[in-house]
Structures are given as C-alpha cells and as structure tokens.
Design a protein around this ligand. Structure first.
Ligand SMILES: Cc1cc2nc3c(=O)[nH]c(=O)nc-3n(C[C@H](O)[C@H](O)[C@H](O)COP(=O)(O)OP(=O)(O)OC[C@H]3O[C@@H](n4cnc5c(N)ncnc54)[C@H](O)[C@@H]3O)c2cc1C
Length: 402
C-alpha cells in the first residue's frame, strides 16, 4: 500500500507492481487529483530531472541528503530516469542550463505516462482517500484508517506524503516511531526594500557572486531583479544551502553582491582607468563597463555616492575607489522572503539515519518504507527534487516487491 499519489508514490507503486505482478498494489491519495504538483511543476512544463549523469556531481546538488543519495543514485540516477521515460515513449530534452523537460513542454505528458504505467501494471489508484491513522498489529500487518472511515490492511506500507511543512503532515511517520527534522522552507527569493533594486525589476544579470557575511554561504550564478527584491538561480541556490541558517536569522540579514566575479579588483580598476582615458568627456552614469546592464550600472554609480553629472575626467581617486567597492561588494539588507512560484520544497522531514537507503525501509518499523519529499532530502532548483522522488520511489517499490 502506498500513501500519497505524487511523483514518489506513483513511481514506487509502478516499480513494485512491475517487479512483482502478483502483488496487489493500492495507492491512496487524499485529494481528488493525482500528481497535483507534477501538473504545476516547472511552470506547467515539469522539469523532470537534470542532465547530470555523474552520481557524485548529481548528489552534490542536495543541501540535505547528499551522502545517502550517493549510494541510492548508484541504483537509480538521472540517466535511469531518462531511460525510464523514454522506454515508455516520453522523450526528454535538455535546456542550456541542464534542466530536462518533456519535448512536449507539458507536464500532462508526464502525468499521462505515470497514470498509464500505473494502470497497465495493475496498480489500484484511489483518489479522495486521505489516511488519518496507521497502526501496526502484532502479526506485522498495518491497519490503515481512512478519513472516509474505511479500514484497510497491508503487509508492506510506503509513506510518500510529500514535504511536511505543516506539522500534521509528518504525523503518520511520527506515529510509527520516526523522528522528524523540523521543517523550514527551501528555494525562496529575497525581499529587498532598497528602492533602486525594485526599480530595476525585470533586469537579469549574470553571473554574479552573492554571499552572506558572517556565514559560509556564497553562490555564483545568474541574478534576476524583481519588483520585491532579488530572485534567479543564484538566489534560489543560496536559499537552499542556507535554508536553516537564514531561517534562524528570521530572513533578515545583509547580502553582499559582487557584480563582476570573473575579474579581480586590479582588473576592474584598470578597466575604470581605461574608460577615463578613452572617454573623459562622457558621463560616468552613461557608460557601463563589462557586461553590467546600463540601467544597473547607472544605479550602482549613484549608490556609490557619485553625483549624476560626473564625467570620467572628473572621477577622483577616492570616488573611483568607492565605485570599485560598489561593483565588488554592494551591500543590501534582506528583509524577508517569498516562495518561488516555479519550484519550492521543504527542508526537513523524516530523519535520514532512521531509513536504510539501500531499500528505503524504516530501521525502526520493519515493513514501513519512505520515498520523496517526506524525507529530510531536498535539492537545489533544476529537476533535482523530482530526481530524489524517482530515485527513492524506485528503490522503495523494488524493495517492497522482494
Ligand atoms: C510549484 C512547484 C513547482 C515545482 N517544480 C518542480 C520541478 O519542475 N522540478 C523538480 O524537480 N521539482 C519541482 N518541485 C518540487 C517537486 O514538486 C517535489 O519535490 C515533488 O513533488 C515531491 O514528490 P512527492 O511525491 O514526495 O510529494 P508530493 O508531490 O507533494 O505528493 C504527495 C502526495 O501525498 C498526498 N498526501 C499527503 N498526505 C496524505 C494522506 N494522509 N493520505 C493520502 N494522501 C496524502 C498529497 O495530497 C500529495 O498528492 C516543484 C514544487 C512546487 C511546489
């Protein structure tokens, strides 16, 4: 019996039913719709996995779960996901940043494939069947009580109920003896009240380097300015690696940005000197350097304290130093966070030391298995969270069949 009709639950149910056709596999979903998150994932396109086929490189993208996934991905990794979908007629394509989507650019393709595969493997998938209570009987059988009042029995049970952001969501695992690492959000964007940042909404820059002073948090990548602050891959990655630390700071902390991380301070100073020599009569605000977008450059020049009418010939040593500092270390105050609408996950969940990742079976309650986001495993953005669901779901399904 599989509790939870999301990515991990479906993958596990299919794996189990295909590996052991005589088994009676039942999947219980509390809502009226299966695979709800798959439908909205990746902006409706479903970023199924990431084109990263080296297990070590792949698992390095998980702020929580890297070590346990290193073993698990030897059994089922991103290339296995690609093959799994391709043998079922779903072709995936890779975008420039490594994200993989169905060639149809529609999450419905993935939903169709999973529901068709479950149906032909004989999985009995039941919607509107929320599980409220589970007990393990003395003979090892699980008694599963549904919100409808029905009671069902099974000898192998998989919990794939998704991220446990609400305390109640982890209750089934807790009732069977498991500890949960406290849930906090991961993959969020930053609120910045500074007016010039918000005025640049829509400007994409990159790659930049961002860091949080006083912590080890630093990341490099493309940045997007928004009408509430900062977003883009570099911010989402920083939020994932810093999910716990930034929660502890109540999402209020200083952020440093180096807009030109490929150059060192001497190279940037030389570029500023060259500009002064080549275009002495031009306004500094009007002549950007390197790859900095013109509108951003203008704001950085003003934020460094330089008056708007300053020409390059008038840029004195101390003003140039202030501008250089602004370019390599703009300090902004983060005042809060927003969930990223394209992808978010929960950091926290079932404690990893209590699960055997070779089988996904509980080390505390034999016959009980786990898969997906309910575990204290989460990845950065880019298809890694579904990959964790496929990997753990596949292993759990295979083990339940044995
Ligand atoms: C907006 C959004 C976009 C995303 N896009 C991507 C993406 O493109 N790529 C990527 O890798 N990741 C993406 N993610 C993350 C990804 O969706 C999740 O990591 C993944 O869905 C986890 O799968 P899961 O099966 O563990 O949990 P879920 O998909 O959350 O499924 C759990 C299911 O269990 C059901 N359930 C819960 N409790 C019970 C109960 N008591 N009884 C019965 N059923 C129950 C729930 O209703 C749900 O259907 C996105 C997340 C969001 C929110």
């Amino acid at each position: 019996m599989v509790v939870g009709g999301g990515a991990a639950g479906f993958f596990a149910a299919i794996a189990c039913a295909e590996a052991f056709p005589e088994a009676q596999v039942t999947l219980l979903e509390k809502s009226s719709q299966f695979l709800g998150k798959v439908r909205i994932s990746g902006g409706g396109r479903c970023n199924v996995t990431h084109a990263c086929f080296d297990v070590r490189e792949l698992t390095a993208r998980y702020p929580r779960g890297e070590r346990v996934l290193l073993g698990a991905c030897q059994t089922f990794q991103a290339s296995d996901t690609v093959a799994w979908f391709e043998t079922r007629g779903v072709k995936l394509k890779t975008e420039n940043d490594g994200r993989m989507f169905p060639t149809t650019d529609s999450s419905e393709t993935i939903i169709d494939c999973l529901t068709r595969s479950a149906h032909s493997a004989g999985v009995k998938a039941l919607a509107n069947r929320g599980v409220t209570h589970i007990t393990k009987e003395a003979n090892g059988v699980f008694a599963v009580t549904l919100a409808t009042g029905e009671s069902l029995l099974c000898d192998r049970l998989l919990l794939a109920t998704g991220g446990c952001r609400a305390a109640a969501a982890g209750e089934l695992a807790r009732s069977l003896g498991h500890a949960l690492e406290s849930p906090v959000p991961s993959l969020f964007t930053f609120h910045i009240d500074t007016s010039w940042v918000r005025e640049l909404s829509g400007v994409a820059v990159g790659p930049v380097a961002v860091s949080v002073p006083g912590t080890k948090l630093r990341e490099q990548g493309p940045l997007l300015m928004t009408h509430w602050g900062l977003s883009g891959p570099v911010i989402l990655r920083l939020s994932a690696w810093g999910a716990r630390a930034l929660h502890a700071l109540n999402y209020q902390f200083p952020l440093h940005i180096n807009w030109l991380p490929q150059d060192n301070a001497e190279q940037i100073a030389a570029e500023l000197d060259a500009r002064r020599a080549a275009q002495p009569a031009r306004l500094v605000v009007n002549t950007t350097i390197a790859s900095i977008p013109g509108r951003l450059w203008e704001q950085l020049v003003l934020a460094s304290g330089l008056p708007r009418p300053t020409r390059w010939a008038e840029l004195g040593r101390s003003a140039q130093h202030a501008l250089l500092q602004q370019l390599i270390r703009t300090e902004l105050a983060v005042t809060g966070k927003s969930l990223n609408k394209d992808e978010f996950v929960t950091c926290g969940g079932v404690r990893l030391s209590e699960v055997n990742f070779k089988t996904m079976e509980s080390r505390i309650c034999p016959g009980l298995y786990f898969a997906g986001e309910l575990l204290d495993v989460d990845g950065i953005t880019g298809g890694f969270n579904f990959q964790a669901a496929w990997t753990t779901g596949w292993i759990a399904g295979q083990s339940m069949a044995r």
